[in-house]
Design a protein. Sequence first.
Length: 424
Amino acid sequence: MRILFVSYAEKTHFQGMVPLAWALRAAGHEVVVASQPELMPTVASTGLPGVPLGRDHMLYQVTAWARRLDSAQEPGLFDVGERWPEHHSWERLEEGFGSAVSLWWKVVNDPWVAELVGFCRWWGPDLVLWEPVSFAGGVAAEVVGAVHGRVLWGMDLLGRMRSRFVDALAARGGGRDPLAEWLGDRAGRAGGVFSERMVRGHFTVDPLPEVLGLGAVAGVERVPVRYVPYNGPAVVPEWVSGGGVRVCVSLGTSVVERLGGYSSGVGGVLEGVAAAAGGGGVVAALPGYGGAVPAGVRSVSFVPLHVVVPGCGVLVDHGGPGTLLTGMAHAVPQVLLPGHHLDEPLMARRTADLGAAITLSSGEVSAGSVRETVERVLSEGSFAGRAAWLRDRMEEMPSPAAFAAGVEDLVDRHRASLSRGWVS
């Protein structure tokens, strides 16, 4: 089959798809990655063929502009905090979807959706797999009549929130649907019509073990596929093979590459970790960090986490899904310092509730609290035990290779539901 992976130019979102793409290619399928020009060097570094389409997005410029206009702007609808809200008012849902469409989804999809439709018409994919904000993939697949599915990189906040929105809209007897209006317009320009599948796909590939997920979502077919860590191309440093890394610190790359740098609290985190580790055996992956580094801490701009983490006693991280799941896949307990972005606080809280981590909120982070927390995780065996239990739940999930083995049956099952939105 011809299989197209679709991701807007966001490296961390795309990298979670790479093991699945390679599993499908290794199984004999023709695999291509479509994105905006900015992502092409990253795609090329994976060895997968890429096709650049449209223009690069300006999400972070638009976000900075919006914040300057409204410095008191409330957190977004999908920044759900530590607990999933049981319900939202209609006004909150309508305003939240309107803001997400205008300030996020349009910004990253509009510069290339028309070109993606054109490429799909020419190449004729049998299956389109798209990361959950790259609605361009769902639109293009529906227009050309291809089976398609989302590939999640974290919790399915969008699927759950969309289900709530649709239910609330029906209960009101109708109303404005900003997402359907926008996608319907973009599909209409290519001769298609809006379908709810443009939001949810025919199915959804979910890398989270069921104990961490949000539960069944109406209208979403969940296809579990085990998370396989991929950190990009790397040469393993000589010091890694020597062992001796007791604590690993990773506070993310997007905060530097996209959001302007680390907060002033990094120095306190490093001080607390160094004290807890007894003055040695600490590696901190902090790209772009120029602050003070305590004795006994090896500061590096990049390290392949899947190589370093397996030998650690604890991983101290920001709770981003890629980092958190990498630690989880290797049964390493974690100290989580999540921000307020999307599912980070909720994922951290769920992992802590399962006994595999301790979470410190931004207001709790200090050199003293980090030291005390890291010492506790290192000394109390229950955290390692629960981390191993959680790793076992991940290993019960089908691998990317297992998904590849059954993908033709999955596609065939969904072909009957296809409704072509254009006439060739």
